[in-house]
Design a protein around this ligand. Sequence first.
Ligand code: ASP
Ligand code: MG
Length: 411
Amino acid sequence: MPLIVQKYGGTSVGSVERIKAVAERVRRAAARGDRVAVVVSAMAGETNRLFALARELGELPDPRETDVLVATGEQVSAALLAIRLNALGCPAVSFLAHQLKLATDSHHGRAKIKSIDRDQVMSAIELGNIAVVAGFQGVDERGDITTLGRGASDLTAVALAAALKADVCEIYTDVDGVFTADPNLCPTARKLARITYDEMLELAGLGAKVLQSRSVELARRYQVPLVVRSSFNDAEGTWVVQADQAMEDVLVSGVTLDQNQSKITLAGVEDRPGLAARIFVPIAEAGITVDMIIQNASADGRTDVTFTLGKDDSRRALDLVKRVAAEIGAQGVRHEEQVAKVSIVGIGMRSHAGVAAKMFQVLAAERINIEMIATSEIKVSVVVSSRYGELATRALHDAFVGGAAAPGANA
Ligand code: ASP
Ligand code: MG
């Protein structure tokens, strides 16, 4: 009998009606003869509501207590779904982190999973129950409740699927799958039938919210077959799998746009050892994550250093950079509050030359100036002026994904 792990996100369990629909879907899977473990998120908006409550009572609420608080969202969902399943005559047992023995380190709010004990869940399932697991939460060595980071019910699901050696991990959400681009932006965007773990990881890193990054990493490590699909219909979803030849032939699987970036340039920085560290150590110490960094080869002993970062951090970073710039005698600081990062992602880039060149041609044809470029093995990102972000995204999608079906990869 196949063993499947199903995970339902916040909108999928966002109301009593939705929980009824989810229970019905779970019941159908069980009726097919599948053995089922279900992982649930908190009801839509609940985690944010709880975080906001905590902040109302303490400016920097204690992380241990915050975890005790926010973990309740998933507890509620798990209990409600188990109640509904039982009411449908489908025996179900809920599991919280301590019962699952989902052991983590003690980094409250971003705990890392150390192990999961499969025995209790397995025996509940073997006895004919649906196991309903609260996502997002763990328990540390002291027995304290931890949480795994925003969006981490996906991670719970993949970790559970790996521990149970499940045949598949189904991630149910409010979209039909993974798309070649944001359909609101690109009318010709279409759902991918399959995507590789590596591509999905890049897309998640670029802000695709459909799957949490760490869950994709874990799925890749343990070769857990993932499928992302909607809990609102019966459409086939997108499989996230290991690459095969047909997938290697697809140059670009997805085009993404991030309008939440800022750009800071230190002009005329003296070209000598230690200055990059002087600039970036204070930023790192302030807990600010930097995205792209570019430093030019210097001609006259001075160089420009440009970097991008999330818009939310840009004011704080700018203050730090201005201070450092004065200390190290840089010639100036320039700042662009909002820039667009447009990226193309595709595993085919590994084996095909000229993808970046074609990307630059497409942008040139639209007369869009490229301000920065960064590449990885399967991704090319450019920074352009924010007002050209959407145009660039559409042009690149048309050029690389277009209307023509990519071999084997697209539905
Ligand atoms: N409820 C948690 C969050 O909103 C975990 C999840 O939904 O995956 O981050
Ligand atoms: Mg989610």
